[in-house]
Design a protein around this ligand. Structure first.
Ligand SMILES: Nc1nc2c(ncn2[C@@H]2O[C@H](COP(=O)(O)OP(=O)(O)OP(=O)(O)O)[C@@H](O)[C@H]2O)c(=O)[nH]1
Ligand SMILES: [Zn+2]
Length: 225
């Protein structure tokens, strides 16, 4: 059966690679408006929601909320939709010939579930095996934070982090495990406060059973957050 690609409409976000299902689905005109213009429009939308709910926006505690929420959406919790904000990952030559696995664990994840626009809170753990290039440690935390600052599903977030690091480090040998709580599951709906979601992506050598085991042993999947 032929797949009709015209129905997919998954545009990449300002980079010249071919769109894949790992990309955040964006409209072609996603960056036609400036951030300031987006804030003005969203402000009206939030005001409309609040007024529809029956809230009195002349109350001094509520009057600033539309502007506050609009700024928070554009500049903070969805700021990672803007490719200009992608962290530049400084890489270095692996002069010391460190050939073992490097693990950056317990990276804090604050994201937003794209189905309910409620928080996702958890930890990411990243590992890579150097192919001659090493990346500054903090850049791994920054890459997680950049992709987390979007409406997300956890599966896509995990894949986006791995793909970005594979590109930066020029190797397939990158892995990421995310363990996170979804407030859409914990605080509403089924209201299961204890459950959390684990997702993983294992590239290159990390598909090997022993290498995967070494990584999982380092992170010991401690779920206290
Ligand atoms: N796979 C996946 N599902 C998610 C993620 N975040 C939220 N969901 C799920 O998305 C689903 C949306 O289901 P719907 O039935 O459309 O929404 P709903 O009626 O609010 O569902 P309930 O949460 O069961 O009340 C829910 O089952 C959520 O738990 C995620 O990161 N990955
Ligand atoms: Zn949700």
């Amino acid at each position: 059966m032929e797949i009709d690609n015209t129905t997919k409409n998954h545009d990449s976000i300002g980079e010249n690679h071919v769109g894949t299902s790992a990309d955040t689905p964006m409209k072609a005109d996603a960056f036609k408006l400036t951030s300031a213009e987006k804030i003005e429009i969203i402000k009206d939308d939030v005001r409309h929601i609040m007024e529809t709910l029956g809230l009195d926006l002349t109350d001094d505690s509520l009057s600033g909320t539309p502007n506050r929420v609009a700024k928070m959406f554009v500049n903070e919790i969805f700021g990672g939709l803007d490719p200009q904000k992608k962290p530049s990952a400084s890489t270095f030559d692996n002069k010391y010939k460190y050939g073992e696995m490097l693990v950056e664990k317990n990276i804090t994840v604050y994201s937003t579930c794209e189905h309910h626009l409620l928080p996702i809170v958890g930890r990411a753990h990243i590992a890579y095996i150097s192919n001659g290039t090493v990346v500054g440690l903090s850049k791994m935390n920054r890459i997680v934070d950049y992709f987390a600052k979007r409406p997300q599903v956890q599966e896509r977030l995990t894949i986006q982090v791995v793909k970005e690091l594979q590109k930066v480090l020029n190797t397939e040998d990158v892995a990421c495990v995310i363990d996170a709580k979804h407030l859409c599951v914990n605080s509403r709906g089924i209201r299961d406060i204890e459950s959390s979601t684990v997702t993983s992506e294992f590239g290159g050598q990390f598909k090997n059973k022993d290498i995967k085991r070494e990584f999982l042993d380092y992170i010991k999947l401690d779920t206290t957050f």
